[in-house]
Design a protein around this ligand. Structure first.
Ligand SMILES: Cc1cc2nc3c(=O)[nH]c(=O)nc-3n(C[C@H](O)[C@H](O)[C@H](O)COP(=O)(O)O)c2cc1C
Ligand code: SF4
Length: 662
């Protein structure tokens, strides 16, 4: 076996686990509106249990339906016997798929909203929360309310034990109530529940003791943010003191996480954060407690998981997003098929979707959150399909149609496949996107898809294939731009540079490369060029505060920090590019026109769907389905989801089930 340490059995307390892989708790929003477990949630978890994890930790589940909800809804609940039956079915579904079932119990405290609760959120102290995701002004809990909440954790844990879960995890991380009591910034009390280290520790200890009493010999796990990563917040040194005390009170294993709503970028790390960065912290907590630790956070490849366990950094690893992208991660690793793992790139599209209160989803895995959909079987056998455009949406469509049994021809006018996956992956700190690019290339090579590179999809060529369906994934093009003056400067779309199609002349601080457009592409292109030694002037019509405004918010925090610190990039905001005159550009800003010397101009002012191919194919006597950017300019996840929906729709159309038989 390739990864003997990763697949060595392990035990937490008396609970034997078949391997060292845990599915991290992740809010799925698949529950019913009343907080009960739905059949969609069961299918979602079961698929991941079938994928070979040793234990599934069911997402944060509310212990207090009145004040304990977080801002996101619907959230699973286990605060009354009403919820028993759904959780019983869920635990059984996970167990019958070969994994242990654990549930994470949570109280949001101040990380909630009045609009969600219908009342003011509660907290140790009335310290307002102002974060990227949520603003709240909580009220301080009364002492008797605190003891009631301790009881609620214990009651929920008792229900978890009754319905058949194998273990319970307390959500002591991410700024929820348990962490709020520990934090000197949030807990400003001066009574038996706060005032110094010991008294701040009291609430978590009381909860642990009460839960331990409620669950008997069942394993009790505690998820800790071992560092807040904010000034004056909890540090790893604090956690080295706290974790052993939790273990003395009854905790059997610590799950290592970080951050709170003030630092979500260390909870669900953006693409720029390196793999396994929390392992040194896991090692410290393991040494401090002498108890098993589970380490979550950007663990992506089985090689690195194996090395971490072998080195003694952690006893188990926790996979979150990696299992959204590929539920079969463990089985593929175990069976020597690690190259087949669909790699999570930390693009955080899933966070955007769940943050928008939609069901869990993954940019690369359109089945995620839709596990009750019928599988794509060979409904297209004997039929032919043409896909135009080999960007991520086009490749996904081609692979899915191939899976469905169609004979698929994929036309790509460029000499290589990948399209905007390459433009997205090329800028600094985005190399994880090449993992996905390479994965798709491997999938294409192993498929029956007839890939025609360097081939324009004319109506005649497409017609010659005698397709039964055509999917147009022709992407986008630059929005029209009214530029005065002919100019003598090289002018290119920024995406052409990122695709490697453009050579630029040398630049200098006095004569920089002008990038026009302060969106994600413009900003990333600036960083890319600066890394190559160029000097860049990034001109944007908006305010500098709005740079890359549509980028994934956590990634954007890091991107803008780097941009501001980069001496090779200057920003001209509120600036309109009006003309190119000779080797100068004219920038109009606040009523004044500035003549700026430039070495070249890269256009990143916006994209519009490229509808030319779909229009050229309109006369074909078969369905022509545009997807992705050819419909509306969006992200990779939208294009891949379109591809999936298109194939699922075809499945329904081709089967044409009769509504009635008479
Ligand atoms: C969609 C989503 C929902 C999450 N919900 C929870 C949650 O309910 N409880 C929790 O402790 N962590 C939650 N997390 C954090 C993950 O458990 C995990 O710690 C984090 O994603 C980093 O690990 P990863 O890089 O393996 O994804 C969530 C993460 C994601 C992506
Ligand atoms: S959406 Fe992106 S970050 Fe989330 S699981 Fe999928 S690949 Fe990973």
């Amino acid at each position: 076996m390739d990864f003997p340490h990763l697949f060595a059995p392990f035990a937490i307390r008396d609970l034997r686990l078949k391997n060292r892989i845990v599915m991290a708790p992740m809010e799925s929003h698949l529950g019913n509106a009343d907080g009960s477990v739905s059949k969609e949630a069961i299918a979602y978890y079961r698929e991941r249990a079938l994928g070979g994890v040793g234990m599934v930790v069911v997402e944060y589940t509310c212990v207090d339906g009145q004040e304990g909800f977080s801002s996101m809804a619907p959230q699973l609940r286990l605060d009354s016997p009403f919820y028993r039956s759904g959780h019983g079915k869920l635990a059984a579904a996970i167990q019958s798929a070969g994994a242990r079932a654990c549930v994470q119990l949570s109280h949001a405290g101040r990380q909630s909203r009045e609009s969600v609760l219908g009342r003011q959120p509660v907290a140790p102290s009335a310290v307002p929360l102002s974060s990227l995701y949520l603003n709240a002004v909580p009220r301080a809990l009364e002492a008797d309310e605190i003891t009631r909440i301790v009881r609620r954790y214990a009651d929920a844990a008792a229900l978890a034990a009754q319905v058949g879960y194998d273990a319970v995890m307390l959500h002591g991380a991410h700024g929820y109530l348990l962490q709020q009591f520990l934090s000197p910034l949030v807990n400003r009390r001066d009574d038996e529940w706060g005032g110094d280290f010991e008294r701040r520790l009291r609430f978590p200890l009381e909860v642990v003791k009460a839960v331990r009493a409620a669950i008997g010999n069942m394993p009790l796990l505690y998820r800790m943010s071992v560092s807040d990563f904010i000034d004056g917040g909890l540090t790893i040194e604090d956690s080295e003191r706290i974790a052993p005390r939790l273990c003395e009170a009854g905790v059997d294993a610590i799950d290592i996480s970080c951050g709170s709503l003030d630092r979500v970028d260390v909870i669900v790390e953006p693409m720029s954060i390196e793999e396994g960065w929390r392992l040194p912290m896991a090692r410290r907590i393991r040494a401090a407690t002498g108890k098993p630790v589970i380490c979550a956070g950007v663990i992506r490849r089985p090689e690195m998981a194996e090395a971490a366990i072998e080195a003694g950094d952690t006893d188990m690893i926790s996979l979150g997003r990696a299992l959204l992208a590929d539920p079969l991660w463990p089985n593929k690793a175990r069976m020597g098929r690690a190259q087949d793992i669909r790699p999570c790139t930390s693009c955080n599209w899933c966070i955007k979707e769940t943050g928008g209160n939609r069901g869990v989803s993954c940019a690369e895995n359109p089945r995620c959150g839709h596990e009750t959909d019928p599988p794509i079987d060979a409904f297209g056998r004997g039929l032919r399909a043409v896909v135009v455009g080999a960007g991520p949406g086009g490749i996904a469509a081609a692979l899915l149609l191939d899976q469905a049994g169609f004979a698929v021809t994929l036309f790509e006018k460029r000499g290589s496949a990948g399209g905007n996956l390459i433009t997205s992956a090329t800028p600094p700190n985005k190399e994880k996107l090449f993992w996905y690019h390479d994965f798709l290339q491997r999938r294409l090579a192993a498929s029956g898809v007839d890939l025609r590179l360097g081939t324009e999809a004319t109506a005649e060529r497409v017609g010659d294939e005698r397709p039964d369906v055509v999917v147009v994934a022709g992407g986008s093009r630059l929005a029209p731009l009214d530029l005065g003056g002919a100019g003598g400067l090289p002018v290119h779309p920024a995406f052409a540079l990122l695709l490697g199609d453009v050579e630029l002349p040398p630049s200098s601080p006095e004569r920089p490369i002008l990038i026009y457009g302060g969106g994600e592409t413009g900003t990333e292109t600036a960083e890319h060029l600066a890394k190559q030694g160029h000097h860049v002037l990034l001109a944007t019509r908006s305010d500098a505060a709005m740079l890359a405004r549509n980028a994934e918010p956590l990634y954007r925090i890091h991107l803008l920090q780097r941009l501001r610190a980069n001496a090779a990039i200057a920003v001209a905001d509120h600036s309109l590019l009006t003309a190119i005159e000779g080797d100068h550009v004219l920038l109009e800003s606040r009523g004044e026109t500035r003549r700026q010397p430039a070495a070249a101009v890269l256009l990143a002012h916006g994209l519009v769907p490229d509808t030319t191919i779909a229009e050229a194919l309109l006369d074909l006597p078969v369905p022509v389905v545009p997807i992705g950017d050819a419909v509306r300019v969006g992200r990779i996840g939208e294009a891949v989801r379109d591809a999936y929906r298109c194939v699922q729709d075809l499945r329904r159309t081709i089967y044409q089930p009769e509504a009635i038989a008479c």
